[in-house]
Design a protein around this ligand. Structure first.
Ligand code: PEP
Ligand code: MG
Length: 755
């Protein structure tokens, strides 16, 4: 059963578009279940009708014509109730409604299951049989499993279809997760990791003959490699094992795969794209084989394809260019890729993986680049050079928008620009409430580019300098002197304003290429302070570099990430004091900086007072605190709807940390993304936070909000909100408040479907 399910899903995966996918589904499911009819009715979002979209056993000429309303007939019932209907005699059911012309009269037995993707009914999968009988439990379970597995594939095929059809085609919207606010209109540049057959962008060949030559050369090189290895191992391997090399060489034979790739190149695809398309198809053929021996050959085909691809990529001398209005698109984008694109040409970012609080999204927010994360259904390899619209507020990517819809987006871009211009005047005015309560606004930095932007926005200090960012951009740990120089430039740029440097926070979704950490649960694993305490050589070098960098400036603050117990803080303090002592002994004249603790793990919330007694300041990392309190992976788009920093549990935790700080007379700040939300900032003011640290992009917005309220307004808002029972209720209350205060411009309404 499992093999059959897998084989069908894989075959459907190879389909070129939705129609092809649906025909494979109905044919294969009918055969697998031995029924007379299998059909799919897809829900048309415009008419909201369920349309017969593929069938084996009914009248095919009715495909695309026969349809039912939601709730109408048995098909409509399956869709509306979102559950299977299994009947011995469909015609005697009160909801039965014959669709004239499709030829279902002879069939009594009926089993229909909904196809649901991300809570949305995409269609209904039905099997029918003439014999009066109820489908048994295992058949029902099979169809439900089939449908659940196919839902994602069908959703993908839907989008792939709209990508293919190109100019003048129907508008399509791909939902992801909001990454960084803003609207961008630009052209896609695909970034793919090296030697990955599945990530090769599709594009037209500039010169078919040259592509063909490159492919032949790569094939010859791989063939020579294999022959050489076979030769070297000839005395050590037995004849059967040795025969494997012959299999390899035969797969590469021009008459088979090679010829298919060549013919695709001749039809206009570039060599890498042609190789990837053909190899993936063959890999899937092998993966579908019944015999396990043959199935395993898929690995060999993949290995061969990857080798040829590596040669092709090595020979490809073309340098990736990033034209103006580039929209960077990739499976999993990293900080280093962002760094490669000239800022003035980077209009937007789409990452297929990751979520709104992944670190790439945070960097994108700092850079002010509209971003959509977790666009799982986006067939990104087919988007090279395509015009795309990114809605970073709602996490949506638009393809083929109508002229009218595009014009609405252009208006929004203009409105955003106007709002930023209006806010510019605020950069030099203090952040204070109408009744003159000051609230220092600091920034979160990481890239050097953040420095100028932050100063430009009127930042009063740095509340979080993510030191791991320069580590991520290198190929080895930076030396003490290299680090000292990097830190010195941050400290100098802001002096005499304070700069809070966080010690290395790697692990989770931040892996250093040269220090890989492989774990099943990286966010619950070896992360932040846990790594650095286990590696004093890394920790001491970093703290020495920070301290040295601060010589003569005195504006350094050190902050420790992921502290989950008091012992970690004590140990870290010991190391920092040791580094300081050593430097004094070496003759430096450096003040011991304040050392603070990030409160970003629930245990630290409950121990906030004990931590506050030992530390010079507390700073809440609300990004991780939300993730750990709500048990929602901040990087997983599938659960992004559950990740909400306005969740009442998070707000209560924030309040209790502020109270702990107050009780111990230890200043409390916040440096998570929440601080940059104008409504949340008002709540944090009322809770008693001493400093808000945020992305430079949000600084003037928060300042504007503060300048429109009084401390009494803020206290009343907090008193209202703190007893609400859901994040949605909190969100609505905050939005009402902003509207009330004349700040409606900070709320971004959904635009609705791209009609
Ligand atoms: C946080 O967790 O809120 C935080 C500021 O740190 P980071 O986002 O880098 O994990
Ligand atoms: Mg954190």
């Amino acid at each position: 059963m499992l093999d059959m399910l897998r084989a069908i899903v894989q075959e459907v995966n190879t389909a070129e578009d939705l129609d092809a996918a649906l025909s494979i589904i109905v044919r294969r499911v009918r055969d697998a279940m031995g029924t007379e009819v299998c059909s799919v009715y897809m829900r048309d979002p415009k008419s909201e009708r369920l349309v017969l979209s593929a069938t084996e056993g009914l009248n095919k000429s009715e495909i695309g014509k026969a349809s039912l309303e939601e709730g109408q007939g048995l098909i409509g019932q399956v869709s509306e109730r979102e559950e299977p209907i299994n009947l011995e005699d469909a015609t005697s059911h009160p909801s039965f409604q014959l669709i004239p012309g499709i030829g279902e009269e002879p069939f009594s037995a009926f089993l229909g299951v909904p196809i649901i993707h991300h809570r949305e009914v995409l269609g209904v999968l039905v099997v029918q049989q003439a014999q009066r009988r109820r489908f048994d439990e295992s058949e029902e379970a099979f169809l439900v499993t089939m449908s659940a597995q196919l839902a994602g594939v069908v959703a993908h095929a839907l989008v792939t279809g709209s990508v293919r059809t190109g100019q003048g085609a129907e508008a399509a919207v791909i939902r992801g997760v909001a990454g960084a606010p803003g609207i961008a209109i630009g052209r896609a540049v695909i970034v793919s990791p090296e030697a990955d057959l599945y990530a090769v962008p599709r594009r037209k060949a500039d010169d078919r003959k040259a592509e063909l030559r490159a492919f032949k050369t790569a094939l010859t090189a791989v063939r020579a490699d294999i022959e050489q290895v076979a030769e070297q191992l000839s005395t050590e391997l037995n004849p059967e094992d040795h025969a494997l090399f012959d299999v390899y060489l035969r797969i590469l034979d021009d008459a088979t795969i090679g010829a298919e790739v060549a013919s695709l190149i001749k039809s206009g695809e570039w060599a890498q794209g042609a190789l990837s398309a053909v190899m993936i198809e063959h890999i899937q053929v092998f993966e579908r084989m019944e015999q396990s021996y043959l199935r395993e050959r898929a690995v060999d085909v993949k290995d061969l394809g990857t080798r040829v691809l590596a040669y092709l990529q090595a020979a490809d001398k073309s340098v990736q260019t990033y034209p103006p209005a580039t929209i960077l698109v990739g499976e999993e984008l990293t900080a280093s890729v962002l760094g490669e694109v000239p800022r003035e040409n980077l209009a937007g970012i789409i990452s297929v993986r990751g979520s709104g609080n992944s670190h790439v999204a945070i960097l994108a927010r700092a850079m002010g680049v509209p971003t959509v994360m977790g666009a799982i259904d986006l067939p990104y390899t087919r988007l090279q050079d395509r015009e795309l619209i990114i809605d970073g507020y709602n996490g949506e990517v638009h393809l083929n928008p109508s002229d009218e819809f595009r014009a609405r987006f252009e208006d929004l871009v203009a409105e955003d620009k106007a709002l930023s211009r209006d806010l510019e005047v605020l950069r030099d005015v203090p952040c204070e409430t109408r009744d003159h309560k000051r609230m220092p606004l600091w920034v979160n930095t990481g890239l050097m580019a953040d420095v100028a932007r932050s100063l430009d926005q009127g930042a009063e200090g740095v509340g979080l300098y993510r030191t791991e960012v320069p580590f991520l951009l290198r190929e080895r740990f930076p030396s003490e002197e290299e680090q000292r120089q990097i830190y010195r430039s941050q400290l100098e740029a802001f002096a005499p304003k304070p700069v809070t440097m966080r010690t290395l926070d790697i692990g989770g979704d931040k892996a250093l290429p040269y220090f890989p950490i492989e774990e099943d649960n990286p966010f619950l694993g070896w992360r932040g302070i846990r790594v650095t305490l286990d590696h004093p050589e890394i920790f001491l070098v970093q703290t020495r570099a920070m301290l040295k960098a601060s010589e003569g400036l005195g504006n350094l603050r050190i902050m420790l990430p992921m502290i989950s117990n008091v012992a970690e803080l004590d140990e870290a303090l010991e190391f920092i004091h040791r580094a300081h002592r050593e430097l004094l002994e070496e003759g430096s004249d450096i003040d011991m900086p304040p050392v603070g603790v990030m409160v970003e793990v629930p245990s630290a919330v409950y121990q906030a007072r004990a931590l506050a007694r030992r530390a010079d300041f507390l700073s809440v990392g609300s990004n991780d605190l939300t993730q750990y309190l709500l048990a929602v992976d901040r990087n997983n788009a599938r659960v992004a709807d559950l990740y909400h920093s306005f969740h009442p549990a998070v707000l209560k935790a924030l309040q209790s940390v502020a109270e702990a700080g107050l009780a111990e007379e230890t200043p409390v700040s916040i440096c998570g993304e929440l601080a940059g939300d104008p409504g949340a900032a008002v709540l944090l003011l009322a809770m008693g936070y001493d400093v808000l640290s945020m992305n430079a992009t949000n600084l003037t917005r928060v300042k504007q909000a503060m300048r429109h309220v009084t401390t009494v307004d803020a206290d009343e808002l907090l008193a209202d909100v703190i007893n609400l029972e859901s994040a949605e209720a909190v969100q609505l209350r905050l939005e009402d408040f902003l509207v009330d205060k004349g700040l409606a411009g900070f709320i971004h309404a959904r635009l609705g479907p791209a009609e």
